[in-house]
Design a protein around this ligand. Structure first.
Ligand SMILES: Nc1ncnc2c1ncn2[C@@H]1O[C@H](COP(=O)(O)OP(=O)(O)OP(=O)(O)O)[C@@H](O)[C@H]1O
Ligand SMILES: [Mg+2]
Length: 296
């Protein structure tokens, strides 16, 4: 076992916790939503937000799958205190079915661990693509929402996941580099991938006025230099000392402390995304997403 694998095993050791909360499944006729959580700059809170948003959606009776698409530093499993045995790489090599690879997290929602197997997703042969799409048929009806935790930056992998998703949440903070990098991400997704709509979420701020200022700065730059994309301000999450604590305990804050300030914002965000979208744009199904991702 290499050092990294050993370390992963160590931090995951005490974690076989039974589901903390049992939620009712939602009606099967809801259209699937595929939402990426992304950023230009690293460390802005994507993984924390994705895990907590998954819990919040689950509280609203949605069946959620998180796709860990952070290929470089996939650490959703560690944040959730689990140690998955397989990744999608094992599906592509024909060893495992998708159902074998998807794990149930201690909080109930599912996780598709990506790791290094995802690196070649866009370069798969036709046979492998067909095999994967057939495998996906088996889970087609199982989810209402797929959340994709991307890595930071504007690499082609990040762009593909954002392109394939039906909706994109761009996360930024009050750091100037986070603003310029969010702008760069939106610029590439608009120019090269023809994406027109972005949800903007501000994390790690003191209050609404600070978040508004950051959103306005981004919006002014986008309006001035890019014209076509439209930004939908979906909310802000305060700095909350409970978030790092929850990460250390490997349990999502929304599950353990739903009344903490960050949890309340994330629950409000989930409600907004589900119920207050002005223009809902549901297209396709799970295959639609994968076909776009795999370019087939
Ligand atoms: N609202 C918040 N309040 C306090 N701390 C936060 C908040 N959001 C995130 N953090 C902290 O910021 C750090 C980075 O968070 P996280 O790993 O979720 O970011 P990321 O965008 O996924 O990073 P990467 O780009 O490396 O994948 C973590 O230590 C987390 O505890
Ligand atoms: Mg992350």
């Amino acid at each position: 076992m290499d050092q990294a694998a050993g370390l992963r095993k160590m931090v995951n050791m005490e974690t076989t916790v039974p589901p903390l909360t049992v939620y009712k499944n939602s009606a099967p006729n809801m259209p699937l939503r595929v939402i990426s959580v992304t950023s230009g700059k690293g460390g802005v809170g994507k993984t924390s937000i994705t895990a907590n948003l998954a819990v919040a959606f689950q509280k609203l009776n949605k069946r959620v799958l998180i796709l860990d698409a952070d290929l470089g530093l996939a650490n959703m499993d560690i944040m959730l205190g689990i140690n998955p045995r397989y990744t999608i790489g094992n599906v592509l090599s024909g060893e495992k079915s998708l159902e074998d690879v998807i794990v149930t997290t201690p909080v109930g929602f599912k996780l598709l661990p990506a790791a290094s197997g995802m690196q070649e997703l866009t370069e798969l042969g036709e046979d492998q693509k067909r095999f994967l799409l057939n495998e996906l048929d088996a889970i087609n009806e199982d989810f209402d929402i797929i959340l994709i935790d991307t890595s930071a930056g504007i690499s082609s992998n990040v762009m593909y996941f954002n392109f394939a998703a039906m909706e994109r949440i761009v996360v930024l903070t009050n750091e100037p580099t986070s603003l310029t990098d969010a702008y760069a991400l939106i610029k590439v997704l608009t120019g090269k991938y023809n994406q027109k709509r972005f949800k903007v979420l501000i994390n790690l701020v003191q209050d609404a006025s600070e978040a508004d200022r950051i959103f306005r700065s981004l919006s002014i730059a986008v309006d001035k230099y890019l014209q076509s994309p439209s930004l939908d301000y979906v909310g802000w999450i305060p700095y909350d000392k409970m978030i790092p604590k929850a990460i250390r305990r490997q349990k999502p804050l929304v599950d353990t402390h739903p009344d903490s300030p960050a949890s309340k914002s994330i629950i409000a965000l989930a409600e907004r995304i589900l119920f207050k979208e002005e223009e809902l744009n549901f297209e396709g199904d799970i295959k639609f997403f994968w076909r776009r991702l795999l370019n087939c």
